[in-house]
Design a protein around this ligand. Structure first.
Ligand SMILES: Nc1ncnc2c1ncn2[C@@H]1O[C@H](COP(=O)(O)OP(=O)(O)OP(=O)(O)O)[C@@H](O)[C@H]1O
Ligand SMILES: [Mg+2]
Length: 341
């Protein structure tokens, strides 16, 4: 494939002070107000995306995160040319997405977990054939790609069934197949695992990792499942109330928000109170099982101390759950934004 003839550090997505507002009609309470509102509606402006600056390099997998209503879907729609920005600028693969040039559309794909690209009444195989002709994919490459996607996504059995009769997990995998048929250089994934059971979420994640390893597309992914983010994202961009509040590695995010680690220990005999006090803050205890919160930098020393007692049956060191970290970040982000004039 001729996807990577440009340098690895090529910026494929660049936005500057990107904004998108929506006018929403305010609901009026009571009959009188409703009637007045009908004749003279009152609107307010929602700033869904506010001065967003992002830069994404070819081949990156970015977790694009934020609470409900943060502006993620709006951003993805702008980047894929479905929505026109209110102000600011953006370049995606050197194009202005909202011009929707064929050349641009052939290089991207947008998959939305809540919406579908497959035709409801047709079996996926027929949607694939339609996609082939829309994207003018040659017979040989089509055959090769479809075979590869069918085997990677394990969708052999669903191809001839009407889409409406497929399970959510089967449909999602067929969605991914159709959106990848034209081998997009950029893949926008808006909650691709939403509503799927844990096993299916895992399958989709490992498919995406495998696909990325083979074809190196740039992926911008939103998800409310932190396991998706931990497994896939090399970098995370977090937005809240339309503005960016964090951009960096997951490790960096964890360190910044939560400089502590959790040490879980199972002792083989009840430890002395004095030892417990020396370790750190005890956050949980049940019989021989103890969980401590410990400063990141002190972990090696404390682990060594614990082992040296000869009373440790098992020991594990973890980061606090990513959900907790994100929760704290949103609280911090919201208060930061509120405190701005
Ligand atoms: N077409 C629209 N008309 C009016 N308001 C809209 C429209 N689309 C989005 N909004 C508003 O813009 C804000 C951002 O919405 P958006 O869908 O981008 O959030 P999100 O981060 O994708 O949230 P979620 O995690 O729930 O999917 C919200 O306040 C939403 O109500
Ligand atoms: Mg959304």
């Amino acid at each position: 494939m001729n996807m990577n003839n440009s340098s690895d550090s090529e910026k494929v997505i660049v936005t500057e002070r990107l904004c998108r507002n929506f006018q929403v009609r305010l609901k009026a309470e009571g009959l009188g107000a409703s009637i007045r509102n009908f004749f003279k509606p009152v609107h307010k402006t929602v700033e869904a995306v506010k001065n967003l600056d992002i830069e994404i390099t070819r081949g990156e997998i970015i977790g694009f995160l934020g609470p409900n209503g943060a502006g993620k879907t709006t951003t993805l729609k702008m980047l894929s040319g479905l929505l026109v920005p209110s102000s600011g600028s953006m370049r995606v693969l050197g194009h202005n997405p909202f011009e929707r040039q064929t050349d641009f559309l052939k290089k991207i794909s947008l998959v939305m977990g809540q919406k579908q690209n497959l035709w409801w009444d047709l079996p996926p195989l027929e949607t694939f054939a339609i996609h082939k002709s829309i994207y003018q994919i040659e017979d040989n490459s089509y055959k090769e790609r479809i075979d590869e996607l069918i085997s990677m996504l394990e969708i052999e059995d669903c191809l001839q069934t009407q889409t409406r009769r497929l399970s959510l997990g089967q449909r999602m995998r067929c969605e991914l197949a159709v959106s990848l048929l034209h081998q997009p250089e950029i893949l926008f994934l808006d909650e691709p695992t939403i509503g799927l059971d844990i096993l299916m979420q895992k399958k989709i994640r490992s498919f995406l990792l495998d696909y990325h390893r083979r074809f190196r597309p740039t992926i911008l992914l939103t998800s409310h499942y932190m396991d998706d983010v931990a497994a896939l994202a090399q970098r995370v961009i977090v937005i809240d109330l339309g503005s960016k509040i964090f951009d960096g590695g997951l490790r960096e995010l964890t360190d910044k928000i939560h400089p502590d680690k959790l040490i879980s220990v199972i002792f083989n005999q009840l430890p002395a109170d004095q030892l417990i006090k020396q370790i750190g803050k005890l956050v949980f205890n049940d019989g021989m099982y103890f969980k401590f919160r410990v400063k990141r930098s002190a972990v090696p020393e404390i682990a060594a101390k614990l082992y040296s007692t000869g009373q440790v049956a098992d020991l594990s060191i973890e980061d606090p759950p990513l959900e907790d970290i994100m929760g704290q970040l949103f609280i911090a982000g919201a208060s930061q934004t509120k405190s701005q004039p």
